[in-house]
Design a protein around this ligand. Structure first.
Ligand SMILES: Cc1cc2nc3c(=O)[nH]c(=O)nc-3n(C[C@H](O)[C@H](O)[C@H](O)COP(=O)(O)OP(=O)(O)OC[C@H]3O[C@@H](n4cnc5c(N)ncnc54)[C@H](O)[C@@H]3O)c2cc1C
Length: 404
């Protein structure tokens, strides 16, 4: 049976390997000059390829049942075993799994070697010009024409388009009559408007970020916050960003509430600051927070509270310390936008999962058409979840296309 996979990224290579292992005669059509370019940039070049704490609730978009139906067919354990048979020894960093060599290129090489070994034909630098479908698929590219009994679309989304995922997969899906849930950047930095910027650019600190849409808290995460010239970045921001992206697209008000001392309650912080002022009454606000915050951040908070850097601790009233405690634990930043697809790690949105069977990833609309990876309306949290989705969905599409 001839199977064509469009897109040679993480999910496409996985689908190709699985389909080939199950008797398919597989061709991968990739429009970039080489396959798997995005894999090379994952995990800062180290490739966090799965996570031991996997659960369907780590995914957004197309529905937990849909995700669960796919993940249960190719679990984290299956992923670890699969890569081990390909020669990739796993390194566990608090549940975040990397190849032992900490080189993303090792993961891509292992996939490429396996595909080649299985006889998968990989055709790079080929762009799809047309796909005709009657009983079989005829896929016309700028170089050739391919006949296929089964077609797997694994074109990725729109994030990091320089790696090849330029959104053209959505065009192909729509041409088959599929709906696409509007696509927005996710796992992305947020632009904020506040006098604190750009003075705090470069500051990194432990913080809790809670994202509010209108006046409702919709997502929260804690970790290393990075303050930039334009707004906020870092893992906790990435984790909440897809909600901001979606809400901004709907013209809703988005606010990031930053807790700069998440281990303190408001009361405890208030009394701590009072006591600190009693111990150092002579200290000016310029240095009062030394040892708590990086200097740039301390100065920004003091300024925001309307205090002069020359004000001595002994001159501050109890209500000033109370206001400072409130500000530190709930610093509100109006979010005005997100960085674009070029800076995003994934997209939220994609092919509507209600039109796809979670048991097989076959289209409900077009027989023998399958989907895999980020092209579908599924986005995972940061931490190896998106690649796990690529492996699991690639496996399911490849297996069922070959068996179908
Ligand atoms: C900087 C960065 C770091 C990341 N780090 C991690 C991480 O550490 N862990 C993690 O789990 N996830 C990470 N991700 C996310 C993860 O890489 C993606 O979710 C995953 O690669 C998606 O796999 P995919 O196969 O669906 O799409 P892609 O990997 O994007 O592959 C799609 C492929 O299809 C090709 N293609 C597209 N359209 C066509 C077409 N019309 N014709 C032919 N070919 C086409 C593309 O060129 C590409 O090769 C990261 C993403 C980025 C950008």
């Amino acid at each position: 049976m001839n199977i064509v996979v469009v897109g040679g990224g993480a999910s496409g290579l996985m689908a190709a390997i699985t389909a080939s292992q199950n008797g398919g005669k597989v061709t991968v059509i990739e429009h970039k000059e080489r396959v798997g370019k995005k894999i090379l940039s994952t995990g800062n070049g180290r490739c966090n390829f799965t996570n031991l704490q996997l659960d369907p609730s780590c995914y957004r978009g197309g529905g937990e049942d849909f995700v669960a139906g796919v993940l249960k067919q190719f679990t984290v354990e299956d992923t670890l075993n699969f890569f081990e048979t390909l020669g990739i020894l796993a390194k566990d960093k608090n549940g975040y799994i990397y190849p032992y060599s900490e080189q993303a290129s090792a993961v891509l090489d292992a996939l490429r070697f396996e595909a080649e070994h299985l006889g998968v034909r990989i055709r790079c630098d080929e762009s799809i010009k047309d796909i005709l479908w009657k009983d079989r698929f005829t896929i016309k590219t700028n170089h050739a024409s391919y006949e296929a009994d089964r077609l797997i679309l694994a074109c990725g989304g729109k994030a990091a388009p320089i790696t090849g995922s330029d959104g053209s997969g959505y065009v192909l899906a729509r041409a088959f009559g599929h709906s696409v849930v509007p696509v927005v950047p996710a796992l992305v930095q947020l632009y904020c408007e506040d006098s604190i910027f750009p003075g705090v650019a470069g500051v990194r600190c432990d913080a809790k970020v809670t994202l509010y849409v209108e006046d409702e808290a919709v997502a929260q995460d804690r970790g290393e916050l990075q303050l930039t010239e334009y707004g906020i970045s870092g893992i906790p921001v990435f984790q909440v960003s897809r909600y901001g992206s979606r809400a901004l697209r709907e013209n809703k008000k988005v606010t990031a509430h930053i807790n700069f001392l998440p281990d303190f309650s408001e009361n405890r912080l208030f009394y701590y600051l009072l006591q600190r002022a009693v111990n150092r009454p002579w200290q000016t606000m310029e240095h009062f927070f030394t040892g708590i915050f990086p200097k740039k951040l301390a100065l920004a908070i003091v300024k925001k509270a309307g205090l002069s850097v020359m004000t001595k601790a002994q001159a501050c009233s109890a209500s000033t310390w109370k206001s400072l405690a409130e500000l530190i634990l709930d610093y509100r930043l109006p979010v005005t936008g997100t960085r674009g697809f070029e800076a995003a790690q994934v997209c939220a949105g994609g092919v509507d999962t209600s039109e796809v069977d979670p048991g097989t990833l076959q289209s409900h609309l077009v027989p023998h058409l399958y989907f895999a990876g980020e092209l579908l309306d599924v986005d995972g949290m940061c931490g190896g979840y998106n690649l796990q989705w690529a492996w699991s969905s690639g496996y399911v599409a490849g297996l069922h296309a070959a068996e179908d």
